[in-house]
Write a protein that binds this ligand. Structure first.
Ligand code: GAL
Length: 421
């Protein structure tokens, strides 16, 4: 973990940098020695996530040789630690040169707080305006201004499995309904393995969201986040009951596990299934584990639950020219290829060559085009950070006490507090 960075420049130095970059006049070529470093803040510290970041860094080294990448990664899945560190740095007016933010409601939080700069001019200059799907552009735009450069599209509603463990329990085909899935989980239980590997709060929120998609369908699920579906409904109560039953098939120590700890149960042959985003494909590949399979979560057929990582130019960044060069790399065809072939995600750009990608992403590229899209709260496309925090806490509490009525009340209260009126 790296919390303090370069020596503070001071007013005179800052004035010099501003003068030098103004003279440089290009989109990333200026800067003197003091402004060479570009601190990139992510939570991509290990495995497939780090491999993806390394891909971007190598393109950055080629395209932006005048700048030096500084790794500001803070480990912890889904930014569970990084987001707190970032929030405190932003409050103290000590932003990194760039940070990752999910497209959608999470990014809007930063925009509304005035913490990120408008990049509309860069979109024009770099020809990005038509490079990304219109729906995605809408998710990073507020009042006609575009505030981030998307690096990818990830899929959240994917079920991963250890092939040998699943076959050993006599399971021969992928379940397509929750009922069929419960029957498969029983077969794994009878074999003495953990049927469903599980981690802490945000991973439980992911599982709960896909159960909601199964029970409500994609449209009503999406309505939970835009105020058109009632969290107090009987269908949400049914989803809570299904989710509660699913938790009985998970490892008892789930609340102490990050997603990679649960993934290790799969790799070690101690568990059959895990619900996780498609960064798991990259991570299993990076760790050399080959005997895995993937399918859409039972009952989610036809729905692509999406999220997108994007990078921003924070207000007050110390090296804005260096940041712009990073952002230009992130948005470039070469950068997206170097990143996404290693990250398990698909390129946000629409002009990518599918054959450049591993088998999992080839399937995901087709699904992204053809399936209905639903957002993710656990990964910021559906809900604000406050709402996400409230739901993560509610999940953690439910994992301990199993009180279904209390969980539904907490869900209703969170929507009342955080949904846009
Ligand atoms: C998500 C992020 C992904 C991946 C995942 C697990 O929030 O968008 O890129 O890093 O967390 O850490």
């Amino acid at each position: 973990m790296r919390l303090s960075r370069r020596v503070a420049g001071g007013g005179l130095l800052l004035a010099m940098i501003v003068a030098m970059t103004a003279c440089g006049g290009d989109d990333g070529g200026g800067g003197g020695t003091a402004s060479k470093e570009v601190e990139v803040f992510t939570w991509w510290a290990d495995g497939g996530e780090k491999a993806g970041l390394d891909g971007l860094v190598s393109t950055f080294a080629t395209d932006c040789g005048q700048f030096t990448f500084v790794n500001g990664a803070v480990a912890g899945g889904a930014g569970s630690n990084a987001k707190q560190v970032l929030a405190s740095r932003l409050t103290q007016a000590d932003p990194p040169d760039t940070f990752q933010a999910h497209a959608g409601a999470e990014l809007v939080d930063y925009i509304n707080a005035g913490q990120v700069e408008d990049l509309s001019a860069q979109y024009q200059e770099w020809g990005l305006t038509n490079a990304f799907p219109a729906g995605l552009i809408q998710n990073i735009t507020v009042d006609g201004k575009i505030y981030s450069v998307p690096a990818n599209i990830h899929r959240a509603n994917v079920l991963w499995s250890n092939k040998a463990v699943v076959a050993g329990a006599g399971i021969t085909k992928d379940a397509t309904s929750l009922d069929a899935f419960f029957a498969d989980l029983d077969k794994l239980k009878a074999k003495g393995v953990t049927p469903l590997a599980m981690g802490k709060d945000w991973t439980q929120l992911m599982l709960f969201e896909v159960v909601l998609i199964s029970d409500l369908g994609a449209d009503k699920f999406t309505g939970l986040w835009n105020g058109t579906t009632d969290w107090a409904g009987a269908d949400v109560a049914k989803a809570i009951a299904d989710f509660k039953k699913l938790l009985t098939y998970t490892n008892a120590d789930r609340d102490t596990f990050d997603w990679t700890d649960a993934e290790k149960l799969i790799m070690d042959g101690k568990a059959g299934y895990q619900l996780m985003g498609d960064w798991e494909a990259a991570d299993l590949d990076a760790k050399g584990f080959k005997d895995y399979a993937f399918s859409v979560f039972p009952g989610n057929t036809g729905t692509f639950q999406w999220l997108a990582d994007s990078f921003v130019l924070p207000k007050g960044a110390k090296n804005p020219d260096g940041t712009k060069c990073w952002l230009k790399t992130v948005g470039s065809a070469a950068g997206q290829k170097a990143f996404n072939t290693k990250k398990g995600s698909i390129p946000a750009r629409t002009d990518a060559n599918t054959s450049d990608y591993p088998a999992y992403q080839q399937a995901a590229i087709a699904d992204w085009k053809n399936l209905k899209q639903a957002p993710s709260c656990a990964h910021g496309s559906a809900c604000s950070q406050g709402w996400q925090g409230a739901l993560n806490s509610a999940m953690g509490k439910f994992s301990g006490d199993g009180d279904a009525a209390a969980l539904q009340s907490a869900l209703v209260a969170a929507a009342g507090q955080f949904a846009k009126k």
